[in-house]
Design a protein around this ligand. Sequence first.
Ligand code: HEC
Length: 136
Amino acid sequence: MVKKTAVAFLIGISAAYGGITGEDAKKDPILQGKLLAKHCAWCHDIEKNLIAPPFRVIMERYRNVPDDTLRKQLFQSIKFGSKGKWEEWMKKNLKLKMGKLDTMYMPAQKPYYNDEEINKIINWLMTLKKEETVKQ
Ligand code: HEC
């Protein structure tokens, strides 16, 4: 009896460490946002420079913007796209070999995500802002 319980416990643990699953996300709304944001990873990593500013860098820039204002701005940028705000940063930090830098922009994500999903992603992004504030 005791043995069986121990085995079941171990299986439970290894599954939970195998990356975020749909099951984990159901229990944790913040993880849901992170899971949805995996599709943004074509262009944005959390930490690394890909072909767009990393999420950590974006949230660092807006660290002093009040949460309500920032949520509205992020919603606009994600739903309808963004252009020009990161042009200087991208010129300086990204070594793009494709296309012209000054035509780089973020396409509207409206066709891929509904408002509820966008808000879930924003809830997750806001946790990056908080982490950054604590570190400073
Ligand atoms: C095709 C590449 C691409 C994809 C896919 C993409 N982005 Fe972006 N994103 C960019 C670029 C490029 C910028 C910089 C735009 C600018 O200069 O204003 C940007 C900027 C942003 C910003 C900063 C906006 C601001 O107001 O400063 C946020 C937040 C953001 N993206 C979130 C997301 C999220 C969340 C997703 C997925 C739902 C996503 N992006 C998908 C390329 C992309």
